[in-house]
Design a protein around this ligand. Structure first.
Ligand SMILES: NC(=O)c1ccc[n+]([C@@H]2O[C@H](COP(=O)([O-])OP(=O)(O)OC[C@H]3O[C@@H](n4cnc5c(N)ncnc54)[C@H](OP(=O)(O)O)[C@@H]3O)[C@@H](O)[C@H]2O)c1
Length: 299
């Protein structure tokens, strides 16, 4: 089976990009994996590998040249993340690529509470200015991280109040990305200039998530409401820079402000399957709960 088009997949050494690359390879797509470290690129039959970081405009332009679409995975947390994203967006344009699918964030806006959501908004604006077919996957918080944030003590702490949100599994984000990329390349998808909010199937508070984790981990997990000040203080022990702590704290504050209180049916519409629940996700990836059973690190 072969799929028309040549796709550059960034972030292919990571969870979302790795699954996207594997699924596209299974569909017979021609791929170029754009990675920081080629020795860690997934081994996929026929896939080319290009080395580039989001700091390197020339390497990115070379890596994107000749492809029909780019799957642009947002960068890891970094003080220069906005500049990195703009470098990548400009390189996509400079390489003459017609289509880009970008992993954005739910409710991305210039003034959204979650500081990293603002990075996504700035990146979206730059891609809009570039006069190409774009599709933004506006992901909710990842369901995969819910066990991680409960940490060693089995306590989720944050200034989210009684706010609710619908976290989405990274596998569902990847499945949606594959559907969009294949739709764009077939010319029948109708995904051009589109934004899709990718969420789980239902809103949950952190009390409800803690109850789910309790059942799955076999140990008590609870949620402790913090004020913003308490949230900064409880994270002091990590010695992280302010911009990073602000990102962590503001993700909870965004939930408390109701900015992520949204359920979309886009995962179902794009992929044909319901979003994974936490239980289904953990059945598929038992390693996600292993840390909570044994202890972990909280942000
Ligand atoms: N919605 C949420 O809750 C949430 C939570 C966390 C992250 N995110 C965002 O979603 C993205 C994808 O998630 P994921 O779970 O797949 O992350 P992941 O497993 O950490 O993978 C991220 C991928 O992006 C690559 N990358 C990161 N910074 C880069 C840079 N400056 N230049 C080039 N490549 C870079 C990484 O390369 P290396 O393997 O070389 O590091 C890796 O391949 C993350 O990168 C982050 O922007 C969203």
């Amino acid at each position: 089976m072969s799929t028309p088009g040549f796709i550059a997949v960034t972030g292919a050494t990571g969870a979302v990009g790795g699954r996207v690359a594997r699924l596209l390879a299974e569909q017979g797509a021609r791929l170029r994996l754009v990675v920081r470290d080629p020795s860690r690129a997934p081994e996929l039959a026929g896939a080319e590998v290009a080395r580039a970081t989001y700091d390197d405009a020339d390497a990115l332009r070379a890596a994107f040249t000749g492809v029909d679409a780019v799957f642009f995975v947002s960068a890891a947390e970094h003080p220069e993340r906005i500049r990195q994203h703009l470098t990548a967006a400009d390189a996509i344009k400079a390489a003459g690529v017609d289509r880009v699918v970008y992993t954005s964030f739910l409710g991305a806006a210039e003034d959204c509470t979650f500081t990293l959501g603002r990075h996504h908004w700035i990146t979206e604006q730059r891609l809009r200015e570039h006069d190409l077919a774009f599709t933004f996957l506006r992901d909710s918080l990842y369901l995969d991280f819910m066990s991680f944030i409960a940490g060693d003590e089995g306590v989720i702490r944050g200034p989210a109040g009684d706010g609710a949100f619908a976290p989405v599994a990274r596998d569902d984000v990847a499945d949606a990305a594959v559907a969009v990329l294949l739709g764009l390349l077939s010319g029948h998808g109708g995904h051009e200039q589109a934004s899709y909010d990718l969420t789980g199937a239902r809103l949950q508070t952190f009390d409800e998530i803690a109850a789910d984790l309790t059942a799955l981990a076999g140990r008590p997990v609870r949620y402790e409401r913090e004020t913003i000040e308490q949230a900064w203080a409880s994270r002091e022990k990590y010695g992280a820079p302010d911009w990073e702590v602000e990102g962590w704290v503001s993700s909870y504050a965004a939930i408390g402000a109701g900015e992520l209180a949204w359920v979309s049916d886009a995962v179902l519409r794009l992929t044909g399957h319901d979003p994974l629940t936490l239980r289904q996700l953990v059945e598929r990836h038992p390693e996600l709960i292993a840390g909570l059973r044994a202890g972990g690190t909280r942000t």
